[in-house]
Design a protein around this ligand. Structure first.
Ligand code: FAE
Length: 526
C-alpha cells in the first residue's frame, strides 16, 4: 500500500462528500460510484450505539478528530418521523417486507432502512437498533445499574468501588436517567399494567422494584395533560420515539458533535477491514440509500480503529475480515457470548372482569420483579407493556436470568455468515425460572400461560440483550485493545461476558467510560 497516495481529507471535505451522497439517497435509479481516492481519518469508530458514542465524546473532548461510520439512518437529520406500534411505517424494520416485532407481525412494509433489525440464527433471534444512536433509538430506555455482588462475579478483576462511586453515577448522569413520580404512576391510566403487575407479584410473594429510565418523565406528565405531542403515550418505542426519550443523539452524541471534532456518516456500512503493514487499517465501505441500494463503494483509512458495531456487528466484521483477508484474530474472539438470560413469557386472562391490564398503556416500563436473591430461581423480570390498542388482559414479561452456560460465535465459511452455538440446553434454567414465575403468579391471581403471545407460552429464542464475544481481559487487554493488534479497540456490549443480570446499557456505558479513560491516559490515541 502506497501511503503517499492517501488523500488527507479535512472534516470539511468529508462533510461535503456526505451532503453530495445524501443528495443521492432519494434518486430512483442509483448510479453506483466507485470512489478512487482513499478517505483518511486519524480515528474511525464503526457504530454509533453506546460504546461508540461514549468513546467519541471522550476522544473529541481530548481534542481528537473522530470519524464515525454508521450503517443506519440519521433519523434526526432525515426529518422523517418514527412510526408507532399500531401503524408501523418506514422506521419499523431494517429492509424487510413485514414487521419484525417479537409477535403479531401482521403488517406489510415497503423495505426501508428502518430503525429495528432482527438477526435470525438457528435457535435464537437477536433484535438490534439501526441508526445514529444504535440501540438507544429502539430500546425501552430502562436504565438499570447491576447488583454489585453480580458485577463483582462477572468482572472480578475490576475495582467495583470505583465503578459504583464513579463510573455508574457518571453513566447515569450523562444518560439523563430519571425515575417516574409515584403519584403520577398511581393516577395515570396508562400505567394500570404496572399497578396490576405489581399487585399481582406481591400477592404471589414476589418483591418488586421501581426501574429508572432515560425517558423524561416530566415530558410524559405533560403528554398526559396534552400539553405536548405524545410519544410514550402514543405507542412509540421499538420503532423509535419522536419525543421524550433521551436517546444517544440527545446526550453523548450531541455533546461530541458540539465539540466540532466529530463527523458522523450515516448509511455507511463497513463491509470488511484489512490490517496494513504499518499496522493501520483500511476499510471497505458500502454507502447505501434508504432502499438499501448501493450508491457508492468507498475506501477509508485510519491509524486507530474502534469497533463499536454491537456484539453481533463487531464479531461479524472481525470474523468476516479474518475469513476474507487473513485478518489476525486471537483465540478468544467469539467466546463467552450470551443472551443476558433473556426469556420472554406472558399470562392471559389477567383480571378480565376488571378491565384487564388496560386499553391504554405507556410504552415505557417502570416496574420489575426482583427475585435475584432466590438461590433456586434467581431472576429479574421487567413488567412490560403490551399496548395493542385494546384490552387483551395479557401480561408480558421479559425475564433476565443468569447465563451459566455460555454460547460461542463462529463464522460459517460455506453460508458466509455468523453462526451461534446456542440451543435449548443454554436456556434450560431460564425456562425453569419462567415456569416457576408464571405458575406462582397464576396460582395467586388466576390466569394462564400466554399461548396467545408465544408457542407454549414461552419465548426462549427472543434476545434483546446480546452480550460478549470479545470479553474484556480475555479477547482484549484490560481496556479493550484487541489481542494481536496495536491499533484496534473493541468498545461495546461485546466486552461483557454474556450476562450482567439487568438491562445492559448502563453497564456498557460505564465499562466504555472506564476503558476509554485509561486508553487516553496511556496515550493510545496520540
Ligand atoms: P448498539 O447500540 O447495538 O450499536 C451498534 C451500532 O453499530 C448500530 O447503530 C449498528 O447499526 C451499527 N453497525 C453495526 N454493524 C455495522 C457496520 N458493519 N457498519 C456500520 N455500522 C454498523 O451497540 N437495554 C437496556 O439497558 N434497557 C432497555 O430498556 C433495553 N431495551 C431494549 C429493547 C429493544 C427492542 C432492543 C433491541 C434492545 C434493548 N436493550 C435495552 C439493549 C440495548 O439497546 C443494547 O444492549 C445496546 O444498544 C448495545 O449497545 P452497543 O454499544 O453494544
Amino acid at each position: 500500500m502506497d501511503r503517499k497516495k492517501f488523500i488527507t481529507t479535512s472534516a470539511l471535505g468529508i462533510s461535503s462528500l456526505y451532503f453530495l451522497s445524501t443528495h443521492l439517497l432519494f434518486a430512483s435509479q442509483p448510479k453506483i460510484k466507485k470512489q478512487r481516492k482513499t478517505l483518511e481519518s486519524p480515528i474511525i469508530i464503526i457504530g454509533s450505539g453506546y460504546g461508540g458514542a461514549v468513546a467519541a465524546l471522550r476522544l473529541c473532548e481530548a481534542g481528537k478528530k473522530v470519524l464515525m461510520l454508521e450503517m443506519g439512518l440519521n433519523w434526526e437529520k432525515s426529518g422523517l418521523p418514527f412510526s408507532n406500534l399500531l401503524k408501523p411505517g418506514k422506521s419499523a424494520a431494517w429492509l424487510k417486507k413485514k414487521t419484525i416485532a417479537p409477535f403479531m407481525n401482521l403488517f406489510s412494509l415497503t423495505p426501508f432502512t428502518g430503525a429495528l433489525d432482527r438477526l435470525d440464527f438457528e435457535h435464537i433471534n437477536v433484535w438490534v437498533g439501526r441508526g445514529v444512536g444504535g440501540g438507544s433509538i429502539v430500546n425501552g430506555g430502562m436504565a438499570v445499574t447491576p447488583k454489585e455482588s453480580y458485577f463483582k462475579e462477572v468482572f472480578p478483576q475490576l475495582d467495583a468501588d470505583k465503578f459504583y462511586q464513579f463510573y455508574f453515577p457518571l453513566a447515569r448522569k450523562e444518560l439523563k436517567v430519571n425515575v417516574i413520580d409515584e403519584q403520577f404512576l398511581n393516577d395515570c391510566p396508562y400505567y394500570k399494567f404496572t399497578r396490576v403487575g405489581e399487585e399481582e407479584a406481591h400477592k404471589a410473594g414476589f418483591k418488586t422494584i421501581r426501574v429508572p429510565n432515560v425517558y423524561d418523565f416530566k415530558y410524559m406528565e405533560k403528554e398526559f395533560k396534552n400539553e405536548v405531542p405524545r410519544s410514550a403515550l402514543n405507542t412509540e418505542v421499538i420503532y423509535g420515539n419522536n419525543y421524550g426519550k433521551n436517546s444517544l443523539d440527545k446526550t453523548y452524541l450531541k455533546k461530541a458533535l458540539d465539540t466540532g471534532n466529530l463527523e458522523i456518516l450515516d448509511l455507511h456500512c463497513v463491509d470488511s477491514i484489512e490490517l496494513n503493514e504499518d499496522k493501520s487499517y483500511t476499510l471497505q465501505v458500502r454507502h447505501i440509500n434508504t432502499s438499501g441500494d448501493l450508491v457508492a463503494e468507498k475506501v477509508f483509512h485510519c491509524k486507530k480503529l474502534i469497533l463499536s458495531a454491537g456484539t453481533i456487528g463487531t464479531l461479524e466484521l472481525l470474523m468476516k475480515s479474518n475469513f476474507r483477508n487473513q485478518f489476525p484474530l486471537g483465540k478468544n474472539v467469539g467466546e463467552n457470548w450470551g443472551n443476558n438470560g433473556n426469556f420472554m413469557t406472558g399470562r392471559n386472562w389477567v383480571r378480565p372482569l376488571s378491565g384487564g391490564t388496560g386499553v391504554q398503556q405507556s410504552t415505557i416500563p417502570v416496574g420489575g420483579v426482583d427475585n435475584w436473591d432466590d438461590r433456586e430461581h434467581p431472576f429479574f423480570t421487567e413488567i412490560a407493556p403490551l399496548p395493542m390498542g385494546m384490552d387483551v388482559a395479557t401480561a408480558l414479561y421479559l425475564l433476565i436470568n443468569r447465563v451459566d452456560k455460555k454460547g460461542k460465535v463462529s463464522y460459517d465459511p460455506i453460508a458466509k455468515k455468523l453462526a451461534i452455538d446456542w440451543n435449548e440446553s443454554h436456556t434450560e434454567k431460564m425456562r425453569a425460572n419462567a415456569d416457576y414465575f408464571i405458575k406462582k403468579m397464576n396460582k395467586a391471581n388466576g390466569g394462564t400461560r400466554s399461548h396467545f403471545l408465544f408457542k407454549n407460552g414461552f419465548g426462549p429464542n427472543i434476545c434483546y440483550h446480546p452480550l460478549g464475544g470479545c470479553v474484556l481481559g480475555e479477547a482484549t487487554n484490560s481496556y479493550g485493545k484487541l489481542n494481536d493488534h496495536e491499533n484496534l479497540f473493541v468498545l461495546d456490549g461485546s466486552l461483557i461476558p454474556g450476562t450482567i443480570g439487568v438491562n445492559p446499557f448502563v453497564t456498557i456505558v460505564a465499562i466504555t467510560e472506564y476503558c476509554i479513560e485509561n486508553l487516553i491516559q496511556q496515550n493510545e490515541f496520540a
